[in-house]
Design a protein around this ligand. Structure first.
Ligand code: NAD
Length: 458
């Protein structure tokens, strides 16, 4: 197994430099024009939720020359204040602010000068805000996951079908540079017919779930205000889409293929308790040390697809560990195994028998199969957050709104991917019993054609 200091890794070039960065970067982007638009032709995007993620999207929106941001909604005065000063600093016109209560966003949606809405609020608000946005006749761009229950998954699909207003799930990892290169390889038949994939969200969130110290819930900061409650009450894969979204695009889910069933397994829960008792502001006597956490530390889910592939999905956010989405894509001819630190491939006849080939470096696999979108926008995108992928997801949303076309990731994707949470919860509760995905496309998956990331436009 290669490590960070192995020769293969030290020979990395630009390809990976842009993908390995995490967090929100410096946003000093080279000039790029998205079309010289008269004020009246610009796309008008509003934001609901301008915490960490919403402001990241806002920055990418403000970097474009085809966007106006007429309105912003948040219930947190600090988030509003940070947004206003960010926009002022960028020389951007101040938006109208909607705030004061949890339903202030409904007033924002009454405006008739908004084309699309980016929703980056806590999970329990996603579906209802996306549904209300579609009902108001606007494009909804909703953060991940898009829904919490099967009923909410259906709400997304039904509202889209009733209103004709699209909802795009803003799954940025579908646009990660190495992920898109592997998608390109899949489409160019490098692996042959796909057989199996592995993915997951393996991210130590101890310091996110508690902030400050070992506090969470009301009075806490950032995601500790709301995300931690889910670990308290739900034993499930709480955050499946970063892993499953990219694999779904490779396996044509909802477009010639679909998720059919899953079984899930959950371990005991130790990580969050251990964090509380070891933390200098916590300890065995702290009130939170008595909590019994519902979420198992490692939740694994095995999905069956209609075309006979399996997908192993892991959710692992409570234990100390390095970040990894743990991708593996395997077909009749070979396999790739890649995450933030190691990217390797084995293709029968092309690589040494029983050995891994490094996917990176000069003239490497990743360079050869670099996706046309990355070839075109890579330099521009690389400063946009999460190694560049944040640019692409917003770009796809904005271009869909601008051209009045269906977004490349839609309500059916949002529903099928998000359904893993309630289905995994039920499987675990029923002793790992199989659960069956509703066919959110109502049979249309048989004839729907793949649309994600063909060409170099969006
Ligand atoms: N795709 C990614 O890489 C990525 C990264 C981070 C977060 N996220 C997702 O983005 C979403 C937001 O995460 P975050 O880290 O910004 O969280 P956050 O807590 O920093 O921000 C959420 C914001 O929503 C606001 N809010 C809450 N209820 C509201 C309401 N009823 N009306 C208006 N505003 C409301 C909060 O005041 C807060 O400012 C989550 O769904 C998260 O999973 C995705």
């Amino acid at each position: 197994m290669k490590t960070e200091s192995s020769p293969a890794n030290s020979s990395r070039r630009g390809f990976i430099k842009t993908t390995a960065l995490t967090g929100i970067g410096l946003y000093v982007l080279p000039a790029f024009t998205f079309g010289s638009h008269a004020e009246a032709e610009k796309v008008r995007i509003a934001l609901i939720g301008v915490g960490g993620r919403g402001r990241g999207h806002l920055r990418n929106l403000m970097n474009r020359d085809d966007i106006l941001v007429p309105a912003v909604c948040d219930i947190d005065p600090e988030a509003i204040q940070k947004t206003q000063s960010m926009m002022k600093k960028a020389g951007y016109e101040q938006p109208e602010i909607y705030t004061g209560n949890d339903h202030a966003y409904l007033k924002l949606l009454e405006r008739d000068d908004i084309d699309g809405v980016v929703i980056a609020t806590p999970w329990l608000w996603h579906t209802r805000m996306a549904v209300d946005t579609m009902k108001a006749g606007k494009y909804a761009g909703v953060e991940v996951s898009a829904a919490n229950t099967l009923e909410e998954c259906w709400d997304l699909v039904n509202t889209y079908e009733e209103t004709g207003s699209p909802a795009m799930i803003l799954e940025n990892v579908c646009y990660r540079r190495d992920v898109m290169a592997v998608l390109n390889m899949v489409r160019q038949d490098v692996f042959g017919e796909l057989i199996h994939a592995r993915c997951g969200y393996r991210h130590d969130l101890q310091g996110v779930k508690f902030n400050p110290g070992v506090e969470f819930g009301e009075g806490a900061r950032g995601e500790a205000r709301w995300r931690t409650q889910h670990s308290l009450h739900r034993d499930a894969d709480l955050y499946p889409t970063h892993g499953v979204g990219p694999i779904a695009t490779m396996m044509d889910i909802n477009r010639g293929n679909r998720f059919e069933s899953l079984t899930s397994h959950s371990t005991k829960s130790r990580g969050l308790h251990n964090y509380i008792i070891k933390h200098p502001e916590g300890g065995p006597g702290h009130k939170n040390a008595k909590i019994k956490w519902e979420l198992g530390d490692v939740v694994t889910t095995q999905i069956n697809t209609a075309k006979g592939e399996t997908i192993l999905v892991t959710h692992d956010t409570n234990l100390p560990r390095p970040y990894s989405l743990n991708f593996e894509v395997q077909g009749e001819k070979g396999i790739t195994d890649f995450d933030q630190h190691t990217r390797r491939i084995y293709i029968e006849g092309s690589t040494e028998k029983h050995g891994w080939d490094d996917m990176e470096g000069d003239g490497s696999w990743l360079e050869k199969y670099d996706h046309p979108l990355w070839k075109k926008y890579g330099e521009y995108a690389s400063g946009s957050g999460h190694g560049g992928m944040d640019f692409f997801v917003i770009h796809a949303f904005v271009e869909s709104v601008k051209r009045k076309v269906a977004p490349p990731l839609d309500a059916y994707d949002a529903a099928a991917w998000s359904a893993i949470t309630p289905l995994s919860e039920k499987s675990i509760a029923e002793g790992n019993a199989p659960q069956y995905f509703p066919d959110f496309t109502r049979g249309q998956w048989i004839k729907r054609k793949p649309v994600f990331a063909f060409g170099d436009e969006f």
